[in-house]
Design a protein around this ligand. Structure first.
Ligand code: GUN
Ligand code: FE
Length: 424
């Protein structure tokens, strides 16, 4: 067993931080044995004590919704709402990933920058292209970082270069599942029908059947934009609400499911999400940039719906989940101010959402409780810590005004993760 000594901060429950000043985390076989304020409790099994002095030790970040195939467009083209934005900027960019050289260039930078910001687990969309998707999975494996990677499926309402037939989609999904669906692997496939407007009933049915047959998780988009919701109502007239359309095809919690956005989810849709344990990927930067709205996160929490955070590059502009956390708090304050019905989110709630709640999608990830995989960040905030701050205040300052330069060491599943290579 190894012991890591530092100022330890994590969450067990959403309403408070667990803080152990100058404490120890015991780690064996990639998992946390326990957290304690004295090394004695770990007995004779200790091989090594690694002392991080006055630094903070926190769980690593999880990004539950991001488009690797949109990485070049990060920080540009944010003058349109969703459907026009997809047609004008996003689909033409994703079409470039038929070229694996281009994919290598962009995807190696994407994986590198996730590392930079301390995101050790990711649920990501690639593009419709099988070869580039394989490449992205290889890059994650080489980096030692956890990822659920989705080859995007779509067969309608896009440009020809991105459309595939249902047979092609099924064959490509099956190939990735055969190659990558090892339960112990950090990198695994996730079925990714883009959203209802992009997928015919036959495509949705095929994805649902593959999810069940191979027990693979599912990710997609739900109730993001009013124009999109109106379109889904036309395309799926039998469905009572948007989530019901996914449900009819076996894509709504029949296997573990992440739905991004859910800005306009309410009523029956919330009931079904709760019953089916569908996780919401909350992406406030995207919801601001694409003029979408504010998701009612407090209502989700009240209903026991699981929530994680997503950067949603390139609808979102910021890959740092720390900075996304700040946006989450800020938009929840705007929501509170406008609707006066619910309390805004606290720092411990948002930290819990980003770490333990999101991490639950990957297994026991996102906390330092016994048995959790040791995904962690060592934070050197010495240049921010000049005011006699408490440990929770030091964490708050790091989240609000810190950046990647304060992340000194990163761990995923107990392994220290070195800087990934950037390729050309
Ligand atoms: N809905 C369908 N595709 C996308 C996408 O690429 N980004 C966002 N934000 N929403 C989508
Ligand atoms: Fe998205």
């Amino acid at each position: 067993m190894k012991l890591y000594k530092a100022n330890i901060i994590f969450t067990r429950e959403k309403d408070r931080f667990e803080v152990v000043e100058n404490g120890y985390v015991g780690v064996e076989n990639g998992r946390v044995v326990d957290v304690a304020s004295s090394a004695d409790v770990f007995g004779q099994q200790v091989e090594e004590v690694i002392d991080y002095g006055d630094r903070l030790l926190i769980p690593a970040m999880n990004d539950m919704h991001v488009h690797a195939g949109q990485y070049r467009n990060q920080g540009i083209s944010m003058d349109l709402a969703l459907l026009e934005w997809l047609n004008n900027y996003t689909f033409p960019e994703e079409a470039k990933y038929s070229d694996t050289r281009y994919a290598r260039r962009m995807y190696s930078r994407f994986v590198h920058d996730l590392w930079r910001y301390g995101t050790m687990r990711t649920a990501t969309f690639a593009t419709t292209h099988l070869e580039s998707t394989r490449l992205l999975m290889e890059l994650f494996r080489e980096a030692g970082m956890g990822a659920l990677v989705g080859k995007v499926n779509m067969d309608r309402n896009s440009i020809d270069a991105l459309l595939e037939t249902v047979d092609e989609a099924e064959a490509a999904n099956e190939a990735l599942i055969a190659e990558w669906n090892d339960p112990d692997s950090l990198v695994r496939p996730i079925l990714t029908p883009r959203f209802i407007p992009s997928c015919s009933p036959a495509m949705l049915r095929a994805c649902g059947e593959q999810a069940q047959k191979y027990q693979v998780p599912v990710q997609s988009h739900l109730s993001e934009n009013l124009g999109e919701i109106a379109l889904v109502r036309e395309l799926e007239p039998e469905s009572r609400f948007y989530g019901d359309a996914y449900d009819r095809y076996g894509l709504f919690g029949q296997t573990p499911t992440i739905m991004a956005h859910c800005v306009f989810s309410e009523g029956e849709e919330l009931e079904l999400m709760s019953r089916r344990n569908v996780m919401v990927a909350h992406c406030p930067t995207s919801n601001i940039n694409l003029i979408t709205g504010i998701a009612p996160i407090r209502a989700f929490l009240d209903k026991g719906i699981k929530v994680g955070l997503g950067s949603d590059i390139s609808g979102g502009h910021d890959l740092s989940i720390m900075r996304v956390m700040v946006y989450v708090i800020q938009v929840s304050k705007l929501y509170y101010q406008k609707f006066k019905d619910k309390r805004f989110l606290s720092l411990s709630e948002v930290f819990w959402i980003a770490t333990k709640s999101a991490g639950s999608f990957f297994g026991r990830v996102g906390s330092f409780e016994p048995g959790y995989e040791f995904d962690a960040l060592v934070i050197d905030d010495s240049d921010l810590n000049h005011g006699n701050y408490t440990l929770p205040q030091r964490l708050e300052r790091f989240i609000y005004i810190g950046d990647d330069r304060h992340i000194a060491v990163r761990f995923c599943r107990g392994q220290e993760i070195p800087e990934p290579r950037i390729l050309d």
